[in-house]
Design a protein around this ligand. Sequence first.
Ligand code: PMP
Length: 351
Amino acid sequence: MSEFLSSRLKSLQPYLPGEQPREREYLKLNTNENPYYLSRMAADNLEKKDFENLRLYSDPDCTALRNEIAMYYGIDAENVLPTNGSDEALAFCFAAFCGQGAVFPDVTYGFYKVIANLLGIEFREIPLCEDFTVKIQSYFNAGKTIFLANPNAQTGIGLPLEDIENIVAENPRTAVIVDEAYIDFGGESAARLIRKYRNLVVVQTFSKSRSLAGARVGFAMANQDLISDLKRVKDSFNPYNVNSVSAKLALSALRDDAYFKKCTAKIIATRDRLVRGLQSLGFCVLPSAANFVLAEHATTDGETLYRNLKSRGILVRHFSDERIRNFIRITVGTDAQTEILLKTLKELTAI
Ligand code: PMP
C-alpha cells in the first residue's frame, strides 16, 4: 500500500476473483465459466474489418448490440444499456440508485459488498433462511435499494418470478436490481416485467450461458428513465465501455439461439448427473437452478476438499464465509469432466 492511497480506501477488502492459474492445466470448475466454446457461427462472423476498426473508438451507444438485445427480449432499445461485463452494470446501479443505501442477502455475490464499500454506500445484509432460501417478506418495504441475484450466487437457489414480482411491487419507491447472471440455466427472467414496473432493473451477462466471459459483455434492462440514469453514470465513468469486437461477438452469439439452447440444455442435464453423483458420495447439495452447485460433505470439510482436489489438478471454489465455509462450489462442466470430478471425489471421501 502506498502513502498516496486515499485513507478511505485503506481498509477496503477488494473482491477476490476465483483463481485463473497459468502455471499448469487444471480441470477448471471454479468460476462458473461455460465448458462449451462460443458459437462457431458467432466466431466466424468476425471479419478482418472488425480488427481494423479497433483503430477507432467503439460506438458509445453500442447501437447494434443494444437493438439486438431489445429484439431478443421484445423490448425497446431505450430499455437496454450494454456494459463491460455485468459487474459494470451492477456497479452503475450502485452508483446511480443507492442514495438511501442498499440491501442484499448475507450469502450472495461478494461483489455487492465490495462495490458498496468502494463507493461509500451503506448496506445491510439480510440473512437467508436456515435452508438458504430468500424470505421474500424481509424485502418488503425495504427502504433501501434491493440487490437480488436470481438464481442466487453461491447457493444456486432460484426464486420464482412471482416472488420477484412481489418484491418489486412491494417497493414502489425503491429500485430493485435483479442480477440474472445465471437465469438461463433454469429460471424465468424478470425482463418482461420492466414494462410494468418503473423501479425494476434486470441485469444479465454474456459470460455464462453464452460462453463469452473473456469478452466482458453484460447489460441492464429497465424502463427508459432508469436506463438514462445508468447511461448518465456510464458517460461520466467510461463512455466507450464496450469494445467493438466484444459487442459484435455478443450480437452474433445472441443470434445463434439454437446453439445457445443446445449448450444450456446439456449443462442442465449434466447438472442433474453431478447432483446425483455427489449425493451418492455423501454430499448434501443445495437445489441449483444455475451452472454450479454448492455442496457439503457429511464428513470432509470444504477447505480440505478444495485443497485435495487442487492437488489432483481440479479447481473448485471454497469460500471462508461463516455460513458456507463447509461447502465447495462446483461449476457444471461437460459430462466427461463431471466423471473425472466424481471419480476423484470418491477417492478423497472414502473412509
Ligand atoms: N453476478 C453474479 C451473481 C456473478 O456470479 C457474476 C460472475 N462472477 C457476475 C454477476 C458478473 O459477471 P460478468 O461481469 O462476467 O458479467
